[in-house]
Design a protein around this ligand. Structure first.
Ligand code: TRP
Length: 448
């Protein structure tokens, strides 16, 4: 079976694909809006500390399990735990992570569908044409564009690890970066941008120890690194044994945090520019418009007010958002697809179409019953399931598996691992500190 599995062809291929998974709407949109609502620069500081201090060790747990096992989540956890109760536990956690990955995809694809619809509208704008139904919220529009987004995701995953995931990431990630840098450079020259910069960069130190801020930053760091659903575990399973795991993991973490910080330099000043122009950036209750509405309510009038350049800026913005959603969604779909391929005899394309269609049905249900379901699924997955499953991944590697096996896995591609700083810190860190901190934050968030 292992010979038939795909593999990333190079370190760059892996890093771009894993960064493609990590960098997504969470970075470009979740992070900046969280910064604004959580004390500006103070949130940035706490976030960076938690991303490297807690999310990185958890990412390493997934990468180590994945590369060791070379298999889908369920089989991988089974390989760490061969006997009785541990095996059942492995099964439950494996299946839970596949369900959570699918649920995250189900809401992510709805947002991505809105983005594609606005992208289509921006393309029409270029030709001075318009189709108001594209930007008016309707069930039919949402079904069509969410469906289109699934189609794109399924096609890439159907092509496999190297020809699909790696190749698309190698094209889409650089394109995303160019768009992001160009837009940031442009927005920073506009009047009002410096007010946004001040909010973003000047920390309100009194908030550094605010528990609410710390919980949000931790949730954001885990979500942003695509942890707790086995997506990084699967990507790790396609990584060559010649690669140095701690250093590729660090590269992905660095890349992901840098893009989040860069995206903040675009989004927060852009909100300030909109405000400077007299556009409304506050919701009816006086709070700053956050979440999806920034892209769909605040920005379109901003682009319009820029005249001809605004057409291009709008197009670039929605293209950038759609691309980054796509490089993330493929890794979510890969979680159930890898299980189907390895546990049944179906082909990869058939597995991709089947899994994609099933999750599309979940999205369709959410679209039909939007108000009760959308926020519920987001909270359930991102606030509760992701930290908990991450906790179990850490427990699997450090408590239920032998320390020596972990070391042997890391030594492949990193022969000096045993005497490295990483090995001095990570084993006890992932064994005691990570679970403890996750539990502490979790308890606080439940009783918050
Ligand atoms: N990291 C992605 C982002 O920042 C979102 C995400 C969360 C994700 N969990 C995932 C992506 C699992 C792929 C797989 O937007």
């Amino acid at each position: 079976m292992s010979t038939a599995r795909g593999q990333f062809s190079s370190r760059t291929g892996f890093v771009l694909a894993a960064a493609g998974s990590a960098v997504g709407l969470g970075n470009v949109w979740g992070f900046p809006t969280q910064v604004v609502s959580n004390g500006g620069g103070a949130f940035v500081i706490v976030y960076v500390v938690l991303a490297f201090g807690l999310a990185y060790p958890a990412l390493m747990a997934e990468l180590i399990i994945g590369r060791f096992a070379g298999a889908n989540v369920v089989t991988a956890l089974h390989k760490l735990q061969a006997d009785g109760a541990g095996r059942k536990f492995a099964y439950v956690i494996g299946i839970a992570s596949i369900i959570v990955a699918s649920l995250i995809l189900s809401f992510y694809a709805i947002v991505a569908g809105w983005l594609l619809a606005f992208l289509a509208a921006a393309v029409l704008d270029l030709f001075a044409a318009s189709a108001p139904w594209l930007v008016d919220d309707s069930i039919l529009r949402n079904l069509i564009f969410t469906g289109l987004f699934y189609f794109l995701t399924v096609v890439i995953v159907a092509f496999g690890v190297e020809a699909g995931i790696e190749r698309s990431s190698k094209i889409l990630m650089p394109l995303f970066l160019v768009l992001l840098i160009a837009m940031t450079a442009h927005v920073l020259t506009l009047p009002g941008a410096s007010d946004g910069l001040a909010i973003y960069l000047v920390p309100d130190f009194s908030r550094l120890t605010d528990p609410g801020l710390i919980i949000s930053a931790l949730g954001q760091a885990f979500f942003s690194l695509s942890l707790g659903v086995g997506a990084m575990l699967i990507y790790g399973s396609y990584l060559s044994r010649d690669e140095n795991l701690p250093s590729v993991g660090a590269l992905v973490t660095l890349f992901d945090s840098s893009i989040a910080i860069l995206a903040g330099l675009l989004i927060v000043p852009a909100i300030a520019v909109a405000q400077h122009k007299g556009l409304s950036v506050f919701a009816a209750d006086g709070s700053m418009i956050a979440g999806p509405d920034i892209a769909f309510v605040v920005f379109p009038p901003l682009f319009e007010s820029m005249g001809a350049v605004g057409l291009l800026v709008g197009l670039a913005f929605f293209a950038l958002m759609s691309i980054t959603a796509l490089t993330s969604s493929i890794s979510m779909l890969e979680v159930p697809v890898s299980l189907l391929i390895e546990k049944t005899s179906v082909s990869r394309p058939a597995a991709a179409i089947f899994a994609g269609f099933m999750v599309f049905l979940v999205s369709a249900a959410i679209i039909g019953q939007f108000d009760p379901l959308f926020d519920f699924v987001i909270t359930l997955t991102t606030q509760y399931s992701v930290p908990l499953i991450s906790l179990f991944f850490c427990i699997f590697v450090t408590w239920l598996w032998s320390r020596n096996s972990a070391l042997q896995e890391i030594q492949q591609g990193f022969p000096d691992a045993e005497s490295s700083l990483f090995w001095k810190i990570w084993p006890w860190y992932a064994k005691f500190l990570c679970p403890l901190l996750i539990v502490a934050v979790f308890i606080q968030s439940v009783f918050h």
